[in-house]
Structure formats: structure tokens, C-alpha cells
Design a protein around this ligand. Sequence first.
Ligand code: CP
Length: 371
Amino acid sequence: MIEKNRFNKNIGQIAREISWEEFSAIEEKDKVVFLNNSKTNNPFHVLFSQQFNRKSLDLLCKVADKARLIHKDRDKGRKFLKSLLFGTYALNFFSQPSSRTFLSFETAQEILGMGTKDIRDPSTSSEAKGESMEDTIRTFSSYVDLVVMRHPEGKAVEKGIWVLNNSDRRIPIINGGSGPDQHPTQALLDIYTIYKSFDKKVDNKIIVMVGDLLRGRTVRSLSYFMKNYKGIKLIFVAPSHLRMKKDIKDFLKRHKISYQEESNFKKAIPLADVIYMTRIQDEWDKGKGKQKGHKPVSDKFRFKAEYLNLMKKKSIIMHPLPKRDEIDVELDYCGDPRVIYWRQERNGMWARVALIAAIFQKEKDILKYRI
Ligand code: CP
């Protein structure tokens, strides 16, 4: 383990000396200095939700709002946004399935003028010839200025960060939802959606999370974000074998964030400002040979159309998507403004525009732009 005073000396130097074993063993709160920009404390690499603070989250929401406003001007506005990162390139390296994260990152990069490249099938990368993850990432950094990565191995993004912190081309890497633990940019777009839905106020909300809380990385990342907000209460509604893990509950206790587990979904609905539905992630069962089609979700964890009548007037129903049958299909196009998940996925593109702009220190240009 690295001693505290070694951190304070020169992070760049330590990043070059530190072994992978040492780096991966550092506690998350101490790892933040290896991830964030030392001047702004905004993320440079994006690995987990704990590296975002209230200031950076508020900033990113503001930048996202301003960027989408600028983009409405199809001529000057769009040209201005494109000028910000013109001549740079991004690689979207997604070796697990993705629709929203992949497309919203790619579009966000193009809005900011980046050239985009992708690898979606690992059999087409030299990983298939036995190249190590270290060499693969280092090779990517020879050609592009940003890597967004979704990978089945939880430590893959972290290893990439360690490799690039120790290289002459220290380009940023963003975790696009890797391994079972975290999906920080999904949590960012979720916060942006709450911010937009409640007149820029995220504090003092009751958030009911429903479904597969054990394997859903979005609910984990969103729970971590709650340390940045006041008066939050989380209510977890999950099948007994898919309940929220102890590490998140311990984190919530440590940060004095109120939470409770509730078995009766209907009882929680009238209390909620936000209902956050999730899918049962049975793809993680595949390895055990159990997967044969998708079992319908139990009625106890399904949002039925009639439940809209139980919701507060000013509340929202969110879903990170993809979804299956955990929300009645009638809700999809019912026109009720509380059904927010389609807007939520579009918000993802703007949250990612803001994040990439901040990584490249272009956020002030966006905020200062006169419309
Ligand atoms: N929410 C989300 O990560 O969706 P995709 O898997 O389609 O990227």
C-alpha cells in the first residue's frame, strides 16, 4: 500500500513508478488523485462514481444544458461545438453488447467534432492473437485521443488507466460500463435527468430502485452519487436473491444516507419522487447453462399501467434501458410526462457531451458561448 505522504509528493511520478498490484490495491477514495485532473478536480479518466463531487456534477449538468441549447442553432452553434475538439479522435471499444451507451458516446464525440472509430467485436482486435490488455490499450493510445471502454472484465478499464498513466501518451479512458460493478456515465445521465425533471434540484428526493439490484451496475453507481446530495432517501425493492449488496449498504451507512428495503412495491410508489426500474439481468446466469429464453418478471417487481394513479403528480419513472416486461408496454407512448425513460436516454448524449468537454477542459468555452 502506498503511504499518504507519497501521494502528496508528485502524483505523476508515482503513477509512473507504481506497480499494477499496488495500484489496484489502493482504496477507491485514495485512487481519485490518479483519475481526476489535479487542477480542476474534474474527472480526467472515468472509472467509478466516487470520483465525482457535487461541484463537478453541478458543472456537468450546466454544461449539458448549455451544449444542447447551443446545438439548436444548426449553423453557428453546431459549428462552434464541432470546433472544440476538431482534429481529435475517439475510439469506442465495446466488447459487450450496447445500444445506448455506444451510440450516445459516438454521437456526443461527433457533436464535439471528434473523429470516431470503434471496435465492437474483440475477435477483430489483436487481443484474439493473445495480445495482453496492457499492449492493446497502449496501442489504442498511439492513434486516438480518448478511449471509451465496455468490457466483461471488471478490472479492464482500471488496468488501461494504470497503463496510460505510466506512458508518454496519457490519454483519458472512460468506463462505459465494464464488469459487474459500475456504470458511472449512466449514473451521470441519471442525475442529469433528475436535475432536469425537478427544476435543477436533486436534493431531498425519495428514490425507489426496483428489480435486479444485485447485478445492476447502474443502481450501484447511482447510489454512490447520493453522497453528493442532501436529504436523499433510497428505497430498495428487489427479489430476495437479487437484493442490493452489502458494500453499497455499508457505503450508505458511512455517508449517513437513509435507505430501507421494502418488499411491497405498491406501498413505496406513492412515496417516490423517482421510481428507477431495472431489468432482471439473467445474462449473468448464462455461464451456468441456465439461460433458455427470458423468464417473465414477477408481478411484484413490475410497473403496471394502473400504478401511474398511485404516483405523485410531480414524480418520474426512470429506467436505464434496455427493458423487457418490467414496465407495462402501455406506458411507452401514453404521453404521461412522468414517463421519462425515452428522454433519459437522450439526456445521456448531452451528459456525455458535457463529460467529454470537461475532460478536455472545454467546459468554460461552452458556458461562455453567447447564444
Ligand atoms: N443503459 C445502457 O447501458 O444501455 P446499453 O447497454 O444499450 O448501452
